[in-house]
Design a protein around this ligand. Structure first.
Ligand SMILES: NC(=O)c1ccc[n+]([C@@H]2O[C@H](COP(=O)([O-])OP(=O)(O)OC[C@H]3O[C@@H](n4cnc5c(N)ncnc54)[C@H](OP(=O)(O)O)[C@@H]3O)[C@@H](O)[C@H]2O)c1
Length: 277
């Protein structure tokens, strides 16, 4: 368990094993926050498929623990959920009220986490986001850039679409939203909001634009169908979240991936001298 002041967001950031209720409750009671941003999760989608118990522990139990401990001090919880709560069979964009039907163990566990949160704490906001990329952790663009260093040509799935979302944009938008309201989220609580980047892409579009932006001349990407790229967990074909409610009710819109990628690439390059091309 530890505290780190986030460099840019200027909000306290804590690490604690959230599957341990006693420690989670102690941390929350000691800190007495008005608002908790609950971001931590078991995010390995294929790993969740292989180990449903770990998915449940890391996503459902951890969220229940945070929600219960937060409720005991009347703190609000903003929980980050996912586009993978949908099955992807709809045409068009998914609204917050659309029927959920996750097709993976990860998606089921995040949906169950949403329900656990609702049951344990009235003061919640559920933020569903999608296709995150950022400096920390594994992400699709990182994988593509690493592959481009060794391969001149490779295949990427072209029949799944979604909204790539830059983690910096999401983090700043949500923290600004909280700060401008002085931590009082009451008018916005009890609801789901879809917050994601403005531009829609397939993984193949995203990879192609990334390589062009990072100046990987001579590396080409070929689109393949999901069937030709078998993975342990199913993914929704259509992951496009409608972001209209977040724009209207919260005043939050996030730029699209084409505008965000140059900043992400610069951030990667300046981080410990990572070589981009
Ligand atoms: N990635 C996406 O495309 C995407 C899309 C939609 C929604 N989301 C949601 O957005 C959030 C962030 O996703 P991400 O991909 O950025 O996550 P990530 O890089 O995998 O980071 C998850 C973090 O959670 C921590 N964590 C896991 N289990 C924990 C536990 N029991 N107690 C405390 N910390 C724990 C991990 O710590 P360690 O590193 O120490 O394990 C890690 O720092 C998640 O809630 C995810 O479901 C992600």
């Amino acid at each position: 368990m530890g505290l780190h002041e986030h460099d840019h967001l200027k909000i306290p950031y804590f690490q604690c094993d959230l599957t341990d209720f006693a420690r989670t409750r102690r941390l929350i009671r000691d800190q007495q926050p008005d608002v908790i941003l609950h971001v931590a999760a078991m995010t390995n989608v294929d790993g969740c498929e292989a180990d449903p118990a770990a998915a449940r522990l890391g996503n459902v139990v951890a969220t229940e623990n945070v929600a219960t401990a937060a409720a005991s001090i009347s703190a609000a919880v903003i929980f980050f959920s996912t586009d993978y709560v949908f099955d992807g069979t709809e045409e068009g964009e998914y609204e917050e009220t659309d029927r959920t039907n996750p097709v993976s163990t990860y998606g089921v566990s995040k949906l169950n986490a949403e329900m656990a949160l609702r049951a344990a704490n009235d003061k919640f906001m559920i933020v569903r986001t999608s296709w995150l990329f950022g400096l920390h952790g594994r992400s699709f663009p990182r994988t593509i850039l690493e592959r481009a260093r060794t391969q001149k040509e490779f295949q990427v799935v072209c029949d799944q679409i979604g909204r790539p979302t830059y983690t910096r944009d999401l983090a700043f938008a949500v923290s600004d939203f909280i700060k401008t309201r002085g931590g009082n989220l009451a008018p916005f609580c009890g609801e789901i909001y879809h917050i994601a980047g403005e531009e829609i892409a397939s993984w193949c579009d995203f990879a192609t634009y990334l390589l062009k932006t990072a100046c990987f001349e001579g590396v080409s990407v070929t689109g393949v169908a999901t069937e030709d790229f078998p993975r342990p967990a199913r993914r929704p074909r259509n992951s496009v979240l409608s972001t209209a409610k977040a724009a209207d009710k919260l005043g939050i819109t996030l730029r699209g991936y084409k505008e965000a990628l140059p900043e992400f690439i610069a951030e990667l390059a300046s981080d410990k001298g990572l070589e981009i091309s």
